[in-house]
Design a protein around this ligand. Sequence first.
Ligand SMILES: Nc1ncnc2c1ncn2[C@@H]1O[C@H](COP(=O)(O)OP(=O)(O)OP(=O)(O)O)[C@@H](O)[C@H]1O
Length: 418
Amino acid sequence: MNSIDINNLTFKYGETAIVDRLSLNIREGSFISIIGPNGSGKSTLLKIIAKNLLPQEGVVLINGKEVSRYKAKDLAKEIGVVPQDTLVSYDFSVEDIVLMGRYPHLGKFQQNSLRDMEIAKEAMIKTNTWHLRERNINEISGGERQRVIIAKAIVQEPRIILLDEPTSSLDIHHQLEVLELLKNLNNKLGVTIVAVLHDMNLAARYSNEIILLNRGMLIASGKTQEVLTVDHLKRAYEMDMIIETNIYTGTLQVHPIAIKNRAKKNKSLRIHIVCGGGSGKELIQALYDGGYKLSVGVVNEGDSDWHIAKLYDIEVVEEVPFSEISPSSLEKAKLLADAADLIIMTDIPIGWGNIKNLEILREQLQDGKTVYYFKYPQDKKYDYTGGNGLEVLKNLKDMGLKGVDGIEKFLELLNKRG
Ligand SMILES: Nc1ncnc2c1ncn2[C@@H]1O[C@H](COP(=O)(O)OP(=O)(O)OP(=O)(O)O)[C@@H](O)[C@H]1O
């Protein structure tokens, strides 16, 4: 059964279609995020679902019944809304505001019962707002108010909660806390959660489905992995993105790649970059934007350095993740380093998997080539080989390895070379 069915919905301000012939279904019990660039119609869509705006065309069905046919009180039992703007026009206490969420469950002239008070207390504890209960709603911070309004939506005990950027004024700690809370409501009570989220990584982490909008139109909807693809995101955001799996959360992680200075100068200097694990992505970007000829390796296939090199068609030597650099990969990388005018290695931690990369540096130094290393001398925390890596680096330093303190400094050095 679907919680929400949207059929051929069009909403216009004047002649401009803000939601454009949109059709989609939101399954009961799903946790769905709506994402898309600014102005793509996300808030407008939520307002239409909540019956705060009337579409010119199409219908929204809530549990099979047209939203326009719901009485306000009945709709409030089905849908709780947490709007983007949580300012309240009257000076109520936090507790009064949260208790207002019980209104759809009260009869005419009926007062809140002890049970209603208990439900409100529980929601305030869950949203970490219990300590604010006696404060004036307009005299607490924006983030605190956002949590109070979420508490109010929870006490409504609706089957669906719509939230418009519920984490926008929250610090990272409260962002995760609120999203965990929503996930819990979704998992334990089967509440359907529909949240507009700007942060695609949070959307990927917490929701099981995503709706991607652009200019009022549906670009894609469905399972997170099916929607968050390079192609879909490029169509919506007009930007290249790297998408990888976050090794800590196991969920998708999107890295937008700035497309700046594309009409760039073409420098003749050729640079080989030894990096990995994401340590080289800003450097690759900066050198690419600077117009240098680049090669990269050896890096693990699939890591973000590898992705960005592939994205820009940079020659890259790759190795399967979690394995040592093979002799053939090492040979290929050495050839690229031979062809380069200079080499730079980032401050990537050195382990048994990538220690062979240091051989590339040694051979190039032996050949009299300039080789740079980020932030030399190295700290112990970068060594996972029981001191071997640092020892080799020390030898390389004696051979002429130069330390460079970050990308800006490196670009300055390159500029001086002309
Ligand atoms: N009252 C209004 N009158 C005219 N145009 C409006 C009105 N409200 C919103 N719009 C326009 O409708 C478009 C969609 O707005 P909406 O707030 O739905 O987008 P959004 O995807 O939620 O954006 P954001 O990510 O910036 O919050 C925007 O171009 C906006 O300027």
